[in-house]
Design a protein around this ligand. Structure first.
Ligand SMILES: C[S@@+](CC[C@H](N)C(=O)[O-])C[C@H]1O[C@@H](n2cnc3c(N)ncnc32)[C@H](O)[C@@H]1O
Length: 404
C-alpha cells in the first residue's frame, strides 16, 4: 500500500487549496482521514488510480464514511448548502400541484421520491396533497443514505405525523411495475461522473491517484465502452485542453426507472444545460462543483467525506436516455417557469396574508425564480409513459423541449 498522507499534508490541502474555506475541526478532520485511507486502499488495489466516477461514488456514498452516508448536517443554514425545498415550502407546493394533475389523470397511483435529503419536500408535498384532497395511498422514499433515512423519518414525524403511515422507505426500485409519479430534486447532480480531457492526439480519462501532497489527477485510458461511445459523439468538436464530464450514472439510473415505470410521470429538477451548452467551448474546465459550509469551489479532491461533490446535468443526454428506455418526453423548462405555471403566486397567497409572512415569502420566491438565483440554471424535465393526452400544467407557460 502507498504511504498514507500525513495530517500536515491534508491540512495544507484544506487551507491552501480551499482559498480560506473553514478548516475542519478535529472530529471532522479525523473522519476525513478515515475516508482518505479508504480511498487510498481502493486506489492501491486498483493498481494506483481510480476513475473520478469511482472516487466521487466513494467520497459521497461509502458506507459510514461518504459525505451522504455519514452523520454530518448537510442541508440548511447549519450545513453546506440549501436546496429549493429547504428554501421555501412554496417549491414543494407547486411540485404537489403538478403531481395532483397526474394522479387525477391516472385515477390514482403512488409517489416515489428518490434522494429525499432532509425529508422536508416529502412532508410538504404530502401536506399540500392532503389539503387538495388528492393523497396517494403510498409515498415511497428511495434513499441510499441510512443516516438521511433517519432524518427523513424525524422530519415527517414532526411535520406531517398524520400522514406517516403512507410513507414507506425502499432499498431499491420496486420489483413490480410502478404506476404514479417519480420525483427527484437535485438527485442527478449528486450521481458520479466520469471526467475527460482532450489531448493533442486523443482524449484521456482523468483518474485520481495519490501523491505525497494529497490526491491528484492522472490521465489514463478511457475506462469503458460506454464512456468511449459518448466521447465519440461529443469530443470531436472540442478544443485541445478541454476538460469536462460524462454523467453515465444519471443516465443509467433513468434507464432502470424506465424499466419499472408502467404508467406515469418522472419529474426531475436539477441544475444543468442542454448538451450544446454543457459542452460549450467556453465551459472548458467542466462543471464539477463542491460545497463546504456554504462555500462553493471546484476542487473535488480535497476534504473527502466532508464536502458535497456535484456536476451539472446534461439534459439532452437525460432526454435521449428516457426515449431509449421507452419513455416519452413531456416537457422541459426552467424552474422559474415551472413554478409560476404551477400556481406559485396563488400558493403564496394561500399561506397567509400577514404582511410580515408575505415579505418573507416574496424573498423566498426571488431565490427560487430570479435568473441570477435558481430561476434559470435549474431546469425541470418531465418524461414518462402513458400521459401523451395530458398537457402538463408545469410546461404551459414555456416549454423548452426544442432546445434539447
Ligand atoms: C443533493 S441531495 C438532494 C436532497 C433533496 N432532494 C433536496 O432537494 O434537498 C441528493 C440526495 O440523493 C440521495 N441519493 C444519491 N444517490 C442516490 C440513489 N442512487 N438512490 C437514492 N438516493 C440517492 C442522497 O443521499 C441525497 O439524499
Amino acid at each position: 500500500m502507498s504511504e498514507p498522507l500525513s495530517l500536515h499534508a491534508r491540512m495544507r490541502q484544506a487551507t491552501t487549496a480551499l482559498n480560506s474555506l473553514p478548516v475542519p475541526d478535529t472530529d471532522a478532520a479525523t473522519h476525513s482521514e478515515r475516508m482518505m485511507l479508504e480511498l487510498q486502499q481502493e486506489m492501491d488495489s486498483s493498481g494506483g488510480a481510480i476513475t473520478f466516477a469511482r472516487f466521487m461514488e466513494l467520497a459521497l456514498y461509502a458506507p459510514g464514511l461518504g459525505y451522504y452516508s455519514a452523520g454530518s448536517q448537510k442541508f440548511g443554514a447549519e450545513g453546506d448548502f440549501v436546496t429549493a425545498p429547504e428554501i421555501s415550502p412554496l417549491f414543494s407546493r407547486c411540485v404537489a400541484h403538478q403531481i395532483q394533475q397526474v394522479l387525477l389523470a391516472l385515477e390514482g397511483g403512488a409517489i416515489m421520491e428518490v434522494g429525499a435529503g432532509s425529508g422536508v419536500m416529502a412532508a410538504d408535498i404530502l401536506a399540500e396533497l392532503e389539503r387538495l384532497e388528492c393523497l396517494p395511498e403510498h409515498y415511497f422514499i428511495l434513499e441510499l443514505s441510512a443516516d438521511l433515512r433517519e432524518r427523513q423519518l424525524l422530519a415527517l414525524r414532526d411535520k406531517a405525523p398524520q400522514l406517516l403511515d403512507r410513507v414507506q422507505w425502499l432499498d431499491s426500485l420496486p420489483q413490480t411495475p410502478f404506476r404514479g409519479v417519480v420525483v427527484a430534486n437535485e438527485l442527478l447532480d449528486a450521481l458520479p461522473v466520469h471526467r475527460f480531457r482532450v489531448g493533442s492526439h486523443c482524449v484521456d480519462e482523468l483518474y485520481v491517484t495519490c501523491s505525497k501532497d494529497g490526491f491528484c489527477w492522472e490521465r489514463g485510458k478511457i475506462s469503458s465502452k460506454a464512456v468511449a461511445e459518448r466521447l465519440e459523439k461529443i469530443a470531436p468538436q472540442l478544443p485541445y485542453g478541454y476538460q469536462s464530464e460524462i454523467g453515465l450514472a444519471a443516465e443509467q439510473w433513468l434507464h432502470t426507472v424506465g424499466a419499472v415505470l408502467e404508467r406515469g410521470l418522472v419529474l426531475l429538477i436539477d441544475y444543468g444545460f442542454p448538451e450544446h451548452e454543457y459542452y460549450h467551448p467556453q465551459r472548458d474546465s467542466g462543471t464539477v462543483m463542491c460545497h463546504y459550509r456554504h462555500r462553493a469551489h471546484p476542487d473535488p479532491l480535497i476534504l473527502p467525506g466532508l464536502q458535497d461533490i456535484t456536476a451539472h446535468v446534461n439534459f439532452t443526454a437525460v432526454a435521449e436516455m428516457a426515449l431509449d428506455a421507452g419513455m416519452d418526453l413531456y416537457g422541459y423548462t426552467t424552474q422559474a417557469w415551472f413554478l409560476l405555471a404551477n400556481g406559485l403566486e396563488q400558493a403564496m397567497q394561500s399561506i397567509s396574508d400577514e404582511p410580515r409572512v408575505q415579505l418573507e415569502l416574496s424573498r423566498q420566491i426571488k431565490m427560487l425564480t430570479l435568473p441570477e438565483e435558481m430561476g434559470e440554471l435549474f431546469k425541470v424535465i418531465a418524461v414518462g409513459k402513458g400521459l401523451a393526452g395530458v398537457p402538463l400544467n408545469g410546461f404551459m407557460l414555456r416549454d423548452l423541449r426544442g432546445k434539447l
